[in-house]
Design a protein around this ligand. Structure first.
Ligand code: OGA
Ligand code: NI
Length: 337
């Protein structure tokens, strides 16, 4: 589907975004908040053990956590924020120069649109494969504003460094050799999303439908600090409070599969604000498409394997050929009991 400017839709066009079921079907409780992992505490051997325990319980009990003191330079964040805001405010024609082509997920537009009748997500997106550098297809990388490509590159590398540190600590917590999982996060894709305010029907649309992420780890930056992300916890949607300088990290489906379900990827969604626009960047880290992923024998031990070992491209084909829908990857990989 070609991209349209969600913010400028006519009342008839808005109908395609209205959900038959009410998005507020489950009352969110506001009291809880996800754990905060302080990366700065991993530098000091005295504090690093305590912080490793925080990370461990964040992965086991929540699947979602904030990361502060991640070390991404302020200028990298500032440039990325300014450039992305500039891009999303360009006229539609300008943005469409970098539109997704048929059968390509990269570029500007809405992914996962499989039919005319599907309810659409209330957002505009720019999706790019960013790592490893030799896998980049530069065609859909915007050239306006002029330094946007450079900002994306710097942001992507900085986030990759944070991911490497996190995976190192996660491997330690799991008692597995880093070599065993090194290949599972060599690729990175950025999904940059603009959620316009929706004054007429914010309670009847969603910015992103409920889903879990097809990734090892996802690092989300809520760059203009507007609330919207919610995670499913004990049958209710729990809103995540954006922190000014933190990243939101979540366990993805591949980490759930590798750990045989010890760490779970949690379903989440994005709601839309009636008055404020929201922007975010999700960085998905995943294995190369020709790799196979299954539960690690060191973790399974004597237990039953809950997931099959599957090639990543086989899983991706199932997930990317259809609309975003709950926990599709895991269900596909899971042995039926
Ligand atoms: C995603 C996602 C959350 C957000 O891109 O998969 O869940 O806050 N994004 O935009
Ligand atoms: Ni997600």
């Amino acid at each position: 589907m070609s991209a349209e400017n969600v913010a400028e839709l006519t009342p008839e066009a808005i109908q395609r975004y209205i959900r038959p079921e009410c998005p507020d079907d489950m009352v969110a409780h506001h009291g809880e908040s996800i754990p905060v992992v302080d990366l700065g505490r991993f530098i000091d051997s005295q504090t690093s053990q305590q912080e490793a325990a925080v990370l461990k319980s964040a992965c086991e009990d929540w699947g979602f956590f904030q990361v502060k003191n991640h070390g991404i330079p302020e200028t990298v964040l500032e440039n990325m924020r300014n450039n992305l805001e500039y891009f999303f405010r360009l006229p539609l024609d300008e943005k469409n120069k970098f539109a997704q082509l048929p059968r390509d997920l990269q570029g500007y537009g809405q992914a996962f649109v499989e039919s005319e009748h599907q309810t659409l997500d209330w957002c505009d997106r720019l999706y790019l494969v960013t790592q490893p550098p030799h896998d980049r297809d530069m065609r859909p990388w915007p050239t306006t504003p002029v330094n946007f490509r450079g900002s994306i590159e710097s942001y992507s590398s900085a986030v990759m460094r944070v991911t490497r540190s996190l995976v190192q600590m996660i491997a330690k917590n799991l008692g597995v050799d880093l070599d065993k999982i090194r290949d599972t996060y060599v690729s990175q894709a950025l999904r940059m999303t603009y959620y316009p305010a929706c004054p007429v029907a914010h309670d009847k649309v969603l910015g992103i439908s409920p889903h879990s992420d097809i990734s090892l780890l996802t690092l989300v930056w809520e760059l203009n600090k507007v609330e919207g992300l919610q995670i499913k916890s004990q049958g209710a949607w729990v809103p995540i409070k954006p922190h000014s300088k933190a990243l939101v990290v979540n366990v993805g489906d591949f980490l759930e599969i590798l750990t045989n379900g010890k760490y779970q990827s949690i379903e989440h969604r994005v709601t839309v604000n009636p008055h404020k626009e929201r922007m975010s960047i999700s960085a998905f880290h995943l294995p190369k498409f020709d790799m196979s992923v299954g539960p690690l024998s060191e973790i399974v031990g004597g237990e039953l394997k809950k997931y099959k070992t599957l090639r990543v491209d086989e899983i991706a084909k199932v997930v990317f050929s259809s609309k975003l829908d709950g926990k599709k990857t895991k269900e596909y990989a899971m042995f039926s009991i």
